[in-house]
Design a protein around this ligand. Sequence first.
Ligand SMILES: [Zn+2]
Ligand SMILES: [Zn+2]
Length: 186
Amino acid sequence: MKKKIYIPVEDIPEEGVTVFYDDISQLWEGSEYRIEPFSRAEIQLHKTADNDICLDGKITVSTILICDKCLFPFKQDIDAAFSYLLTTKKTGKEPNPLTDEAEFEVKANDDESYLFDGINIPVGDIFMEQFELQLPISKLCKEECKGLCPACGADLNKETCNCKKTAFFTPFEVLKNLKIQEKSKK
Ligand SMILES: [Zn+2]
Ligand SMILES: [Zn+2]
């Protein structure tokens, strides 16, 4: 079963506390991600006058990703630093996907609010959320990865193959061809 990490609010002293985690890789056990051991995290917590919790943290997570182009696994370090205001008070209106982006820009300097039960701080969930936010959209083993030959599958980073270079059609060329086909139907 997936391991959870919580910090009970009652364990946070008045002067605040810093907590270090030497290995948070177990959080992703059984998930789609391969996380290397000794992925670390560090958080600072202190209570506000309002009984909310200020959380500042950072994670350094080593993960194994599959290159989009050559399909080989490669190691990638994900670093994230983040701040949250943990609160039990549900403030404001329901999120609106149409206006949230604009609002987010205005409030960009504020801590992000995070609703929790007021008893246990779900730091494990926060680490996992931050990891996913920092994952690169295009996963490349190296910026100049040449990928695999679409015809013979040769790894073009290591070898050149003798396949003929196939012409690439731009979307516009595809559209052009479609129009010609439509005309010829008439
Ligand atoms: Zn690659
Ligand atoms: Zn080839």
